[in-house]
Write a protein that binds this ligand. Structure first.
Ligand SMILES: [Zn+2]
Length: 490
């Protein structure tokens, strides 16, 4: 038998077995090749992270920081969860719970609150194939770590399956242990500390609104701070602070000068990303970091753009009684402040609301202030605030209202005040909402108005629910109170 015919016979005999064998061999080779490249990749990654682990701060005792340029966990699959935050509160009346909810409401994010269950009663997390929540927040993180095994597994599985993160707060009380391990985590807590000089870790991947440029000097509010300590690479400090006395903390393994007060769990321990706060929201930086944590853990789904438009209206120009009005030095200070603000806010310009009837009705010094304001008329923006500061809703006759407006317009034309800004504010926002039809008509007729503002729509309080609206072709802005001063609305 020739070699060729033997081969042909062998081939015929082994056809089925041979194909299977070949297939198996091919699979094995593929597996080995994949494993090899995976190994090489991991090795490079490890080298990369160990390289950047070296702290590059001046203070060599700072907790080592790792740089993760991108989110280390799998990308958030937007389509699989509803954009709703699940908030576990201690009760409906606790301050921190209300603050968490207020921030979510201010940002107009949807949320669902639950009283944190002692045991059982986990809300339904999925709706067929969809996750009902995009983020979980615990007002008290101990309620999470102490969940019964069944519910804990349910929640953790949900978080991993749907890439859902957890935010938690740890608020120490007089019964808290000074040093303890967070149950089930390679993380140690040291509680009831007084802290000072808070700094932000510039390498924290969650920073968005929060900028890491400066140290917040001075004592942090309260003596009930908790700091976090761990050797596990999953934990990345976000905020760091010194102890008030700058002494070391007993029982702490690492002799660190800076202690972590807010820590980010990158999910390398159990596949779930978390951000833990060592106190409540009383410290202003916590509010910023909280907003950033919500943004980061939801893959920017619950996030507001960084653009801000700032307009400062100063109404009642010329209106004040003798002895309370602006003098020349006040006008100079106003100009100087505007100049300083322009360093940080391009083209920042104060918007002055005038009532012309009261021009030159102050003391001599105050009249000089009036003169100086108008000598600098081009330095400011201007808007009409009614000739005699009368409330427009008191005018039922539209033509009488228009006459009053015309007097103010005449005053503007005489003094070089621009009349084409398309913006006006009614004294006390009267007639804007509820709508006084005559006001809108007279505004359009005399001033060609396009924009005004109110703080009454749909209700004065709570301020975070105020909204703008349009009526008769005029846009109405919602004024929101400035947190630092109840007299100022923004
Ligand atoms: Zn006014």
């Amino acid at each position: 038998m020739s070699f060729l015919s033997r081969l042909r016979r062998l081939f015929r005999q082994l056809t089925l077995q041979g194909v299977l064998l070949l297939l198996f061999a091919f699979c094995m080779v593929t597996v080995f090749i994949s494993a090899y490249y995976l190994y090489i990749g991991t090795k490079q990654e490890t080298e990369l992270s160990s390289e950047v682990q070296r702290p590059d701060c001046d203070d060599s005792r700072v907790t080592p920081s790792r740089l993760f340029p991108t989110k280390p966990m799998k990308a958030v699959d937007v389509s699989r969860t509803d954009p709703v935050v699940l908030v576990f509160v201690e009760s409906m009346y606790t301050q921190l719970g209300q603050e968490i909810v207020a921030i979510l409401e201010t940002s107009r994010f949807k949320y669902h609150t639950e009283i944190a269950p002692g045991k059982g009663d986990m809300p339904t997390l999925t709706d067929e194939d969809r996750g009902r929540f995009v983020l979980v927040i615990y007002e008290n993180i101990l309620k999470y770590v102490n969940l019964d095994a069944w519910n804990r597994e349910l929640l953790d599985k949900y978080c991993i399956e749907y890439s859902v993160g957890i935010i938690g707060f740890f608020k120490a009380n007089e019964n808290s242990l000074l040093s303890a391990q967070l149950k089930g985590f390679p993380l140690y807590l040291h509680s009831n500390l007084g802290l000072k000089d808070c700094s932000i870790n510039p390498k924290s991947p969650l920073l968005y609104i929060t900028k890491a440029k400066e140290v917040e000097k001075g004592f942090l509010p309260g003596d009930d701070w908790t700091v976090f300590q761990s050797n596990h690479s999953t934990y990345e400090p976000v905020l760091l602070a010194k102890t008030k006395s700058a002494e070391n903390i007993p029982h702490m393994e690492v002799d660190a000068a800076l202690h972590t007060t807010v820590v980010q769990d990158l999910g390398l321990h159990d596949g779930i990303q978390r951000v833990l706060f060592g106190n409540n929201m009383n410290f202003w930086l916590h509010k910023l970091v909280f907003v950033d944590a919500v943004s980061f853990l939801t893959g920017k789904r619950l996030s507001l753009p960084l653009d801000r438009y700032i307009l400062v209206d100063i109404d009642d120009i010329f209106v004040g009684k003798e002895g309370t009005r602006m003098k020349a030095e006040d006008v100079k200070a106003l100009l100087e402040t505007q100049k300083q603000l322009r360093v940080h806010i391009p083209n920042f310009t104060f918007n002055l609301g005038f009532s012309g009837k009261f021009y030159y009705t102050g003391t001599d010094e105050e009249d000089q202030g009036d003169s100086l304001l108008l000598a600098n008329v081009d330095e400011f923006w201007w808007f009409p605030h009614m000739w005699s500061h009368m409330q427009p809703h008191l005018f039922h006759n539209q033509s009488v209202l228009a006459e009053q407006m015309l007097l103010n317009k005449q005053f503007a034309l005489e003094h070089g005040i621009p009349t084409d800004m398309g913006y006006a504010v009614a004294p006390h926002h009267s007639g804007v909402y509820p709508v006084h039809i005559q006001l809108y008509e007279a505004w359009k007729q005399v001033w060609g108005m396009k924009v005004t503002s109110t703080e009454e729509y749909p209700h004065l309080k709570p301020a975070r629910f105020r909204r703008g609206f349009r009526h008769n072709g005029i846009m109405v802005r919602a004024l929101i109170p400035c947190p630092s001063s109840p007299l100022v609305t923004i």
